[in-house]
Write a protein that binds this ligand. Structure first.
Ligand code: ADP
Length: 255
């Protein structure tokens, strides 16, 4: 099947008064539909830059990017973006936060509202639809942020360290929970994380980036022989530490 997203030799540099910072160097990879891919790399190597380019927030300096075979030139509604902070607005109820993207896109139809209610129910937030975000736990807030993103029916989900603002215990349960919701939704996802356990427990492939300017060091396919392939079961499976160590070694190669 044709890939949903394809990057060919994508490079990017920031230009500031202090000079040029090359952030990405000849990045090429593709994502198959429904695939969950994680991107790991040293801090400051260019991971967020990569997502910003795919989100259409910036243009590559060279190379090409296609979405469903068409050049990806500007912000596409087929792409959903979820960030480290949930960006829920306290003056809006959970329901109205979930509808925000649709409202901005001027797509606040009765169908969308019905879908919002369905998703809230499906993901256990119906009771909190009229609550303010501050009444929700960190995990529930991330669910609400994900529902807001899913409501626009993106084909590709970009996740930039979406769990890193949560404390360790919460992060484990929330990342497993959100990972499973994304799996069930059948969406293609690209997750940037500094947490190798998260990458191994959630994804089908891990793209390992070098230090800045980021280039692809290796792409590691992840497959577990589990009857019930959930993030939690992966964490307890014997293969888990092998994958973890393999990626860890690759990342710490030149140190
Ligand atoms: P990561 O997400 O891997 O931590 P980033 O993509 O945020 O890394 O940044 C990659 C490099 O580009 C860093 O060295 C950072 O200092 C630089 N950079 C990021 N944003 C800007 C900017 N707006 N202007 C100049 N340099 C930037």
């Amino acid at each position: 099947m044709n890939p949903i997203l394809e990057l060919n030799d994508v490079s990017y540099s920031y230009h500031t008064l202090d000079g040029e910072t090359k952030a990405l160097s000849d990045i090429s990879f593709s994502l198959a539909r429904g695939e969950f891919t994680a991107v790991v790399g040293p801090s400051g190597c260019g991971k967020s830059t990569l997502l910003s380019l795919i989100a259409g927030l910036m243009k590559p300096e060279s190379g090409s990017m296609t979405l469903n075979g068409d050049p990806l030139t500007e912000n596409s509604s087929k792409i959903g973006y979820m960030l480290q902070h949930d960006h829920l607005f306290e003056w809006r109820t959970v329901y109205r936060n979930v509808l925000l993207g649709a409202e901005i896109n001027k797509a606040l139809t009765p169908e969308i509202k019905e879908r919002a209610n369905k998703l809230l129910e499906q993901y256990g937030l119906k009771r909190f639809a009229r609550s303010k975000p501050s009444e929700l736990s960190g995990g529930m807030r991330q669910r609400a942020a994900l529902i807001r993103t899913l409501l626009l029916e993106p084909e590709l989900l970009l996740l930039d360290e979406p769990f890193s603002a949560l404390d360790y215990q919460t992060r484990l349960t929330v990342s497993d929970d959100i990972g499973q919701i994304i799996r069930r939704s059948g969406k293609t996802a690209l997750l940037v994380t500094h947490d190798l356990s998260e990458a191994v427990s959630l994804s089908d492939r891990v793209i390992i980036l070098s230090k800045r300017p980021a280039s692809i060091v290796r792409i590691v396919p992840i497959a577990f022989a589990l009857e019930k392939d959930t993030p939690l079961n992966r964490r307890n499976a014997p293969e888990f530490k092998n994958y973890f160590n393999e990626i860890w070694k690759e990342l710490n190669h030149d140190e």
